[in-house]
Each structure stands twice: as C-alpha cells, then as structure tokens.
Design a binder for this molecule. Sequence first.
Ligand code: FES
Ligand code: FES
Length: 211
Amino acid sequence: MAENELADPRTSDSNTISRRDVIKSVIAAGAVSSTSYLFRVSKVWGQASAPGAVDRLITLNVNGQDRRVDVMKQETLVMTLRYKLGLTGTKIGCDQAECGACTVLIDDVPYYSCSVFTHTVRDKKIQTIEGLAKPDGTLHPVQQGVIDQQGFQCAFCMSGFVMATVGYLKTNPNPTRTELAHGISGNLCRCQDYDKILTAMMRGAEHLRKA
Ligand code: FES
Ligand code: FES
C-alpha cells in the first residue's frame, strides 16, 4: 500500500499489536518525542525504529491551519487530534470503527478518525468540530440546528453526528428524513436519542440550504 493511502488499522499488518499498546505508546511518546525524533532511538512496540524509516515530524492541515506534529508510524488520527493538537471535540467512543464518535472530515468526506493512521493524511485537509464555526463565532448551520432543537441528551456523540451530517449534506443538500437517517447511520448514540438527533440534523440541513 502507498504510504499516503488511507488505511484501516484493523486490516493492516499491525493487527498483531493491541489497541492498548497503541494508546500506551502514544502517551509514552509524548514524553520522549523530541529526543527520539532527533536521535532516532525510540522504541515502538518494543522494537527499535529503523533509521529514517518514516518521518515522525510532519505537517497536518487541520481546520485550515498547517500544524507541525510529532507522530508515530502507527498513531491514529484521533490520538493526534486529541492528545497532540488539543482538539478534544473529537471523541473516542469505541476506538474500533463502530460508533462514529470520532468522525472528522478528510477532504470533505466523513471518516472514523480512530481508524485512520495520521501519516496517511499528510497531504489532505482535515476538519474537526472546532473548525466548523466562522472566525466571528457564528455557528455552522448544522450546529445551529442542534441549538434550535436541543437534539442530544449527554451529547457525547454530538460532534460525530454533526461532522457526519456536514459531510453527508455535501453530497445531498436536500435529503428526506429517511435519506439523512441512512446517510448518518454509521453513528451511534448510547442515549438512543435518535429521533431528536435526526430532527436537529434536518433543521441543520434546512439552515444550510438558506445560508
Ligand atoms: S471511536 Fe471511532 S468509531 Fe467509535
Ligand atoms: S446523546 Fe448521549 S451518547 Fe448520544
């Protein structure tokens, strides 16, 4: 697979490495990232990195800004966004491509960021929930739909639903309720507030058409 091709971590050769190992290594790397980058002596998964095997210090375009960040070869995008770039609006629910809480847009297409290796999106535009509102604070129409309808209970799943809806509306700006429900069906709500969520997302679609 080409280095920049989006890959599903669940189907890659890294299957022999547990998610717990990934998380531990991301956290550990935060403490040693600077020196390990300079001297290429970091230990990942208990093995020494091959010298020059991958660039760890990379540039990501996130919410319209270029951000320099030190990432490991098998670090997932959600880890980078939350724990390296401080963009905690993107949530981790299942961390295994099942719930959609981690949904972000990559070149305007919704992806589960828990299942995208950060290195594969270096040349792409990433948008998170933090990048939806205008600089003057005006909410995105879909965010305004949530405000209008009070469409969530605990709201843990909200940013994922909003990003999935924003992405879906780029392909179908005037969906029926059934079409939108199908379009964002990859997102789950543990409070099971689906009817209100869908009403809020439909209101957001209506706002977007008038914007
Ligand atoms: S956290 Fe990514 S799909 Fe659940
Ligand atoms: S509103 Fe609680 S998880 Fe969706």
